[in-house]
Design a protein around this ligand. Structure first.
Ligand code: ASP
Length: 339
């Protein structure tokens, strides 16, 4: 390993399994506990490791409870400490880690340093925990400074944050980015995939999210779209429609078409993503998806649902018009889709 002792990394602990303590009520995050455990791991302070500081958020959360407020707070900690550190590691629950990684890629515009999200499937306090490797490797990646973007390290893979998705509830290799090459494979060495690393650097700008009303609707055989009409047209600004395959919906859109038109008139944007983990939406390829295009829905192309949700938050929070958002949803802004 390269000597990284001149590098400085800030660890931001937000909650999740990685730092949970075995209490009488089961695993739970306990304030102050994780830092004590990290201080017992000599390897974290070995010669050659980056120096690190540790902060924990006011409330440690199971990541199911993370919302736009926490995304803004995490980003703000990075912005406030940006010049003091070479890289950042965010310790986070696995359940919504891919959403947070996607969100931060939009909030931290112009990022030029690594922000590595990680966590674990088994708490650090357990013998077979995957936390130790995930944490140590993430600190090294953050210190090395090669992946200058929001990324997610888990189980030997470094992934682009806004391309990542949680693929397993119990495997230790729990994430993947089916539509984007891994940024690095980690075995004996950290082998970066130079062609896949992004270059988003410029002047770091903090672009926080507002609490935009966003919804995700997964279609299924026999769905009665009419039941969802009032939610889509009156309550939501952004809708991610998770369709079959390349963007297909039941009934050729007869029922959905007028709803999408009405939603668009009311200022909402319907984005079509796929229920498949790999591949891209291609509206108009089949008769069953043409209706969506005609009605004014936009293609999420090969974006993950996590990323489409984050991008809708971002674009509405930036104050763009509905017409502008429709155009930008189909453009690559932060490495989230393939043009
Ligand atoms: N429920 C936990 C969380 O997402 C799961 C985990 O961390 O693996 O916070």
């Amino acid at each position: 390993m390269k000597n990284l002792s001149s590098k400085k990394v800030l660890i931001i602990y937000t909650g999740g399994t990685i730092g949970m303590k075995n209490t009488e009520q089961g695993y739970a995050p306990v304030s102050g506990y994780l830092l004590g455990e990290l201080n017992k791991i000599d390897d974290l302070n070995r010669d050659g490791m980056p120096k690190w500081d540790f902060v924990e958020t006011d409330t440690l959360l199971d990541s199911s409870n993370i919302s736009a407020t926490e995304w803004n707070n995490m980003a703000k900690s990075i912005v406030d400490n940006y010049n003091l550190y070479d890289g950042f590691v965010i310790l986070h629950g696995t359940d919504t880690m891919a959403y947070t990684a996607s969100a931060l890629s939009f909030i931290l515009h112009g990022l030029d340093k690594p922000v590595v999200l990680t966590g674990s499937q088994i708490p650090l306090c357990e013998v077979r925990s995957d936390a130790r490797d995930n944490l140590i490797t993430s600190i090294i990646i953050a210190g090395e400074g090669k992946a200058k973007e929001v990324c997610l390290y888990f189980g030997g893979k470094l992934l682009r944050g806004n391309r990542s998705t949680k693929t397993s509830a119990d495997h230790l290799v729990a994430f993947d980015s089916p539509n984007y090459p891994h940024l690095a494979e980690v075995g004996i060495e950290v082998k970066y995939n130079k062609g896949a690393l992004g270059n988003f650097g410029g002047n770091l700008e903090y672009r926080p999210f507002s609490p935009v009303p966003i919804g995700v609707l997964k279609v299924f055989p026999g769905i009665q779209f009419g039941l969802f009409e009032s939610i889509i047209t009156e309550k939501l600004s952004g809708v991610v429609l998770e369709t079959f395959g390349a963007g297909n919906i039941p009934g050729g859109g007869d029922e959905l078409l007028p709803i999408i038109k009405k939603a668009f008139k009311a200022g909402a944007v319907v984005t079509v993503c796929s229920q498949c983990v790999a591949g891209s939406v291609s509206l108009g390829t089949y008769e069953t998806s043409s209706a969506l295009k005609k009605a004014g829905a936009v293609s999420g192309k090969d974006m993950t649902t996590e990323s489409a949700v984050a991008k809708l938050y971002h674009l509405f929070s930036m104050g763009y018009t509905t017409d502008q958002i429709k155009v930008l949803m189909e453009e690559n802004l932060a490495g989230e889709l393939t043009d």
